[in-house]
Design a protein around this ligand. Structure first.
Ligand code: HEM
Length: 325
């Protein structure tokens, strides 16, 4: 009669022993779990990545073929944003961060943004202009302005102070509560109707859906945003050239290079000499989108007075000339 030892290799017996230990620790019966394993299917690619669901998520509102490009590229971008947020989350967890890990994770976020910047010409050159101008009317008043993950990335990157309208920040005073600060975040002033100063529907709907989620996110990142994590590094590491390079690159990627590629798409489709076509979200986009007007800067401490002064300049003019040519 054969023994268990004859039937199973030492490696399998060792795995069984480890499993027995694991399940026993939780008061579970290993034999019952092995029975389940016996009936379980093999994993396949399409189920693992939820391919059918993924491919069912493109639901154009019109019959215009290029609308699918527009939807899918937005979805791709949101997935990259999610990858970025996974890194911010892990950075925020670091109570005693090590330089190596911070550099690695910020490097990953930069890589994701650089992929987005490099691929943004799918939007700029990759759609038929006439088709775009037709299908965009079906999706009003939706706008990328309503991308909550974009706002979450900003909040996870820096202290809230750096995302505020400077004048409103000053008026609130040092003792202002976190919620009050959030109420003055720069983009609140973006989607407003110029003549009346009232909020555009795009902003009203965004706030209805996301105000409490964003407040919770901002509270969560109050001491976990990337700048706070950097402040927890040993002093000599805070000035390490590799870290400074990655932080400055992130500032440029998120606040200049991506916005400029994005602006280029708005110019291509919405610029109509001498006027501009209204944006679906209702901003005065020519004044709202260019980084040289927004001057969003996550890490002002890392830039010289001249660099701050020149933030986003030069680029905008060249983008406009290139698109008009
Ligand atoms: C043809 C392509 C695109 C055009 C013409 C375009 C146009 C615009 C315009 C005009 C705005 C200003 C808000 C408004 O009034 O609607 C805006 C904001 C925005 N869009 Fe797009 N967009 C395009 C593609 C994208 C893509 C692919 C994304 C990726 C998620 C995106 C994300 C955003 C974000 C995050 C904002 C807010 C920017 C800020 O607050 O500074 N857009 N877009």
């Amino acid at each position: 009669m054969s023994t268990l030892q004859d039937d199973f290799s030492p490696a399998v017996l060792e795995q069984l022993r480890r499993l027995q230990e694991k399940y026993a620790a939780d008061g579970q019966d290993l034999a019952a779990y092995l029975e389940g394993l016996y009936y379980a299917d093999y994993v396949n690619y399409w189920d693992y990545i939820n391919l059918d669901t993924l491919l069912s998520l493109q639901r154009p509102l019109t019959q215009i073929p290029d609308e699918r490009i527009f939807i899918m590229y937005h979805q791709i971008t949101e997935l990259y944003f999610k990858l970025c947020l996974c890194e911010y989350e892990q950075l925020g967890e670091l109570q005693h961060p090590a330089l190596q890990e911070v550099v690695l994770r910020v490097g990953r976020i930069n890589r994701y943004f650089e992929n987005l910047i490099d691929s943004f010409d799918v939007m700029v050159d990759g759609m038929d202009k006439q088709q775009f101008l037709q299908f965009r009317m079906a999706l009003m008043p939706a706008s990328g302005f309503q991308s909550v993950q974009y706002r979450m990335i900003e909040i996870a990157s820096t202290s809230l102070d750096n995302l505020l309208d400077k004048e409103k920040r000053r008026l609130l005073g040092e003792a202002a509560a976190h919620d009050e600060l959030l109420g003055c975040i720069y983009w609140k002033a973006g989607a407003t109707i110029e003549e009346s100063g009232a909020k555009a529907l795009t902003l009203i709907q965004f706030e209805e859906k996301y105000t409490s989620q964003l407040a919770a996110h901002a509270a969560h990142y109050h001491h976990r945003n990337l700048w706070s994590v950097v402040q927890r590094l040993p002093q000599e590491d805070q000035d390490h050239p590799r870290l400074l390079r990655q932080l400055k690159q992130l500032d440029v990627n998120v606040n200049v290079n991506w916005p400029l590629m994005h602006f280029k798409s708005a110019v291509r489709y919405l610029e109509r000499d001498p006027t501009a076509i209204a944006a679906t979200g209702g901003t005065n986009w020519k004044k709202y989108l260019p980084p040289k007007f927004q001057r969003r800067i996550f890490y002002p401490q890392l830039w010289s007075a001249q660099e701050l002064e020149d933030w986003g300049k030069g680029w905008v003019e060249s983008v406009l000339e290139e698109v008009r040519a």
